[in-house]
Ligand binder design. Structure first.
Ligand SMILES: Cc1cc2nc3c(=O)[nH]c(=O)nc-3n(C[C@H](O)[C@H](O)[C@H](O)COP(=O)(O)OP(=O)(O)OC[C@H]3O[C@@H](n4cnc5c(N)ncnc54)[C@H](O)[C@@H]3O)c2cc1C
Length: 390
């Protein structure tokens, strides 16, 4: 049995793990940091299976601030992550997000819009006329009472961001290994290390759990159960014949059905549904497309002819208490940090989460106070409220 000592052990090498690793080493190059990832192909990681959207349009102030920071990081990412003269290409395209509201959700949406404006965000409130003028193909607005448009929202290549963080962190001294962490080791109320499937022990007084939808499996080994479930979500890519002179923004209907254009004449669409199964199921069910196509056709009949090209299924790590991040040190185990429960909006939160966890570990005053996401709220049964969950 091999044994090694580290300042920080990060379990899981998705966006949370790699961003945290990068931020730690950038903050203090003398730190010994290791990221242990069970599958370096990232085949099942949510980071590689997402809709890659980053948006300002949340109702909780901290989520807005997190996204403002993400925009900033993404804008400068390619320059900042240069390694040996090579820049990552992240294809950051700010093509906008358009949220459409029913009458009943209008007051909450207006409140969020006003808060976003106060924070200096470029968000626009749109009338039905404005929607029709801008996107005439959105013909059926019968049940829509208003909309908000975020011109700076958009999407990017998540895998390139992941690889960019990884390459940069590695070049600065972070170790990345492929292994499966099977046990957390504690001693007198504090974390002392982890054990892997290869029977190796890694010791540290700081361990960060970045295992996404799998978080509860490893936490179980020290008796922790977060209010969190892995839930299957599916995405569909279709070819269309509509001549569009402009990209369609990520358009989110009140039912939470969403779609946007993608390069190559594709349209991406999906919807979080009540019946989406809980568990580690990655089977993609193309039969669901018929139902989604119906919803799209009703809203924009111009999409009457579509060809399903491909799709995929990935997991949301759904926080069933309040659908928001669970961030910070676990109150009952010193040195065990959580970056979990991001539901459907974790990718864009990676940069801010990595910085925040770093600040907690090194004892630096946080640039952005994210204590509202503390795991303490699970003990205190005080959920936070976010209306912008998709
Ligand atoms: C279909 C879909 C669409 C989405 N769309 C968006 C979007 O548009 N915008 C957005 O912001 N978010 C979106 N999300 C959510 C987002 O993808 C996640 O919140 C985010 O990627 C979570 O990152 P993570 O690092 O926590 O998890 P992951 O990327 O899943 O990484 C966790 C890693 O931990 C590893 N691991 C697990 N257990 C162990 C272990 N015991 N030992 C070693 N390694 C382990 C896994 O292999 C995995 O690589 C979407 C998700 C899905 C599924």
């Amino acid at each position: 049995m091999k044994s090694s000592n580290y300042d920080v052990i990060i379990i899981g090498g998705g966006i949370m793990g790699t961003s945290t690793a990068y931020n730690l080493i950038a903050e203090d190059p003398s730190l010994r940091v290791i990221v242990i990832e069970r599958d370096l192909s990232y085949e099942k990681s949510s980071t590689a299976l997402s809709m890659v959207n980053a948006r300002i349009q949340f109702s909780l102030k901290e989520n807005v601030l997190i996204s403002q920071y993400a925009f900033d990081v993404l804008e400068n990412f390619e320059e900042k992550m240069v390694v040996d003269g090579k820049k990552p290409a992240i294809f950051y395209r700010r093509e906008g997000n358009l949220f459409l509201y029913h009458e009943k959700s209008l007051p909450a949406a207006r409140r969020a819009f006003e808060m976003q404006n106060e924070l200096g965000c470029a968000i626009e409130w749109w009338s039905l006329k404005k929607i029709k003028d801008r996107y005439p193909i959105y013909e059926n607005l019968d049940e829509i009472a208003g909309a908000s448009f975020g011109p700076e929202d958009g999407h990017f290549d998540a895998y390139s961001v992941l690889m960019g963080y990884r390459a940069k962190a590695k070049s600065m001294g972070v170790e990345f290994v492929q292994d499966d962490v099977v046990e957390l080791i504690t001693s007198e109320g504090a974390i002392s290390g982890i054990k892997t499937a290869f029977n190796e022990i890694y010791s540290s007084s700081h361990v960060v759990n970045c295992t996404g939808a799998w978080a509860n499996l490893i936490l179980k080994t020290v008796g922790i159960k977060l209010p969190m479930e892995p839930v299957k979500r599916q995405v569909f890519a279709v070819k269309h014949k509509v001549r569009l002179d402009y990209p369609l923004p990520l358009t989110i209907l009140p039912s939470s059905f969403y779609f946007r254009t993608e390069t190559g004449g594709l349209l991406l669409l999906g919807k979080s549904m009540e019946e989406d199964p809980v568990g580690f199921d990655f089977t993609w069910e193309d039969e669901r497309f018929e139902y989604l196509w119906g919803e799209l056709y009703e809203f924009a009949p111009v999409f009457e002819a579509l060809k399903l090209v491909k799709g995929w299924a990935g997991l949301y790590a759904v926080n069933i208490m309040d659908a928001n991040a669970i961030l910070g040190e676990w109150p009952e185990i010193k040195g065990l940090y959580l970056a979990n429960g991001f539901s459907g909006h974790g990718l864009q939160q990676g940069p801010a989460v990595g910085r925040y966890i770093t600040e907690l570990i090194i004892g630096k005053s946080p640039a952005l106070d994210l204590s509202v996401f503390s795991p303490l709220r699970i003990f205190e049964k005080t959920p936070i409220k976010e209306d912008g969950i998709v």
